[in-house]
Design a protein around this ligand. Structure first.
Ligand code: NAP
Length: 334
């Protein structure tokens, strides 16, 4: 089969690799589409724990079950499925346990024409989604769902700020928060992306590259009950400035690095800082139910054939996407 293969820091190709075969309790999925996550860029550039070369990256995929291993119900054969990339979460809802891992390092990932995964990681593809939309769903939507609903406990009518709305997780978080009935505001580096967010139901937005954005946000929108962020870094203090007393900041990334925290402001204004990562099996089921109930379709920024994976990575590295970047894998056979 053909697959994206990383062989060293920023060294990769679309290569011929051996087909996977399903072990006991596993299925082999012929993938129709996969989606990139920023995690794949961190791995490619050597900024990720537990790097191994060569490796097959990718956490998001959708396709059809093509073969089953011992002990798997034959009813799965031919089913259209998506894959939960959150492996071995463990038995505590509060956080993943020590055996937790994410699909696409150390285990071979989805930027490939086929993948073998435990049958327990499968869900039926939501019927309202195309294969490409379904492939765009898993990691970003699971992360956004847990962050907004399980960690920050966002309520209808609350005012929420979603930073960097062009990102894959942020864009679906916008869709989820709008569907819940929250009052949604966004930040972005791009006024075009803010306009797209408004078209999707946001009330407005602010350019985080404008040094005065937080003052403008307070004047225009007021304080936010919930803030969702994945940038961290120097800009995190601004997020504290715009959070309501007693409000919650939930964050799942540090694209801009660590932050020095204004501790006095945080305790005086009783702000909760909530870290979050991926989601539990219960979050996965909750996310799928929410997506079906609200008929949410993930936003696809661009789709590339597998052989043009380099162009897909370059788009994410330039930060020009709005939503998810998809790879088409099936060559028209699914
Ligand atoms: N913990 C977890 O479970 C988890 C899950 C998913 C992702 N992550 C992490 O979260 C981050 C985003 O992941 P992703 O896959 O959504 O990435 P992505 O699609 O590449 O999106 C990155 C976005 O970050 C935004 N951004 C960049 N600099 C910013 C800044 N200074 N302030 C605010 N926003 C900024 C940009 O938004 P604009 O284009 O609008 O400017 C950009 O589009 C990555 O660091 C990733 O590793 C963690």
């Amino acid at each position: 089969m053909r697959a994206v293969q990383f062989t060293g820091v920023n060294q990769f190709s679309v290569a011929d690799v051996a087909d996977p075969s399903p072990g006991s309790g596993e299925v082999c999925v012929q993938l129709a589409a996969a989606a990139l996550n920023h995690r794949d860029v961190w791995i490619k550039s050597g900024h990720y724990a537990g790097l191994q070369w060569p490796c097959l990256p990718g956490s998001d995929g959708a396709g059809v079950v093509q073969a089953i291993g011992a002990g798997v119900d034959a009813d799965w054969l031919g089913r259209a499925v998506i894959i939960n990339p959150s492996f071995q979460w463990g038995d505590r809802e509060q956080a993943a346990g020590s055996t937790f891992s994410i699909l696409g390092l150390p285990r071979a990932g989805t930027l490939a024409q086929k993948i073998a995964v435990p049958v327990t990681q499968l869900a039926l593809k939501p019927v309202h989604l195309t294969m490409e939309e379904a492939a765009a769903l898993p990691l970003a939507s699971l992360t956004a769902y847990r962050a907004l609903f399980c960690r920050a406990k966002l309520q209808p009518g609350e005012r929420v700020l979603i930073s960097g709305v062009g990102g894959g997780v942020a864009a679906v978080a916008l869709q989820f928060a709008v569907a819940l009935g929250a009052e949604v505001w966004v930040t972005s580096s791009s006024m075009d992306k803010i306009a797209r967010a408004v078209a999707l139901g946001a009330k407005g937005g602010f350019n985080y590259q404008d040094p005065a954005w937080s003052e403008l946000a307070l004047k225009t929108a007021g304080f936010f009950d919930v803030v969702l962020d994945s940038a961290g870094g120097d800009g995190f203090g601004r997020l504290i400035d715009v959070t309501n007393s007693g409000g919650r900041i939930v964050f799942y990334g540090a694209t801009r690095g660590d932050s020095l925290l204004p501790v006095r402001k945080i305790f005086w204004r009783q702000i909760s800082l909530l870290g979050t990562t991926m989601g539990s099996p219960a979050d996965w089921q909750g996310m799928l139910g929410f997506v079906e109930a609200h008929q949410i379709r993930p936003i696809i920024s661009a789709a590339f054939p597998l052989e043009q994976a380099a162009a897909a990575f370059a788009l994410m590295e330039r930060g020009e996407q709005f939503g998810k970047i998809v790879l088409r894998l099936a060559g028209g056979t699914l």
